[in-house]
Design a protein around this ligand. Sequence first.
Ligand code: URA
Length: 317
Amino acid sequence: MATVSEAPETSQELSEVLEDLRRHLLWQEEDGGRVLQVDARLAAELRGAGLPRPQALARPPAAKAAPPAQPVPAPQPAQAPRAPAPEPERPMAARPAMPRAAPSPEMLLEVPPQSRPIAGALPGVVEGERPTLDQIRRELGDCRRCKLCTGRKNIVFGSGNPRAELVFVGEGPGADEDVQGVPFVGAAGQLLTKMIEAMGYNRDLVYICNVVKCRPPGNRNPEPDEVTACEPFLRAQLRAVQPKAIVALGKFAAQTLLRDTTPITRLRGQWREYEGIKLMPTFHPAYLLRQPAEKKKAWEDLQQVMKFFGKQPGQRG
Ligand code: URA
């Protein structure tokens, strides 16, 4: 590893070297699913250079990605689950020397999902402070943090009122959302829009986002590493909006936010709390399209949310 004193001569160069080191560490992976974290000394150096805390370096094992400037390969046809395209090799010549030795045991830390960093892990999003959605979107950038980036057309960040009292969280974009870059605009989205309007709101009054911001190929379920990579952004979005209530649409939203593996059939209809915010799990609109008889239960769940806001059916605003 190049020491700080060997290579850079100016603080600009030092920043560049540390930034490159940070990127390198981001993509370091452990076969056993362990997350590599830098030791305290290096963390202090990174912090001293205005770079993110070591927790920000934690990445799931499968989240192999190219640097931000890499072009995204052309999307594959819809509905065709496939292996992600191989990642292009990063040119080595332009990079400073990287650590080659195996990390010491102290540098390797088993990080259970429960204690993984959340919003505070985002560089530029300061723990304890209310970020703006723009800040979070900028931080997300042209995201390459998981393999979903290889097949997406657009990142689907979220839409609606940045100060909404009510937020709906879905699972991940489908084909229509991927094309338009807007959440819930396809068939399930049309049903969600009706549900929102039946509650006396409209899409501009609430905020809508998803657990994962890129379309899983063939509309498959998001995989754990993809959820882990995207979750800090969802949590940061909720910290930015600071709603009074959240409706978690389906198992992925409910289980991710609550860190609870209870099936959605048992979670739904029961108020829970997410970081001091009321959270109502209910069925996902795509499920309701397949099982229309379950709409009654979902409507009961939404009525509980309306009651919380003191709203009557048919009441607007
Ligand atoms: N399903 C989701 O979970 N989210 C969308 O944005 C669209 C469909």
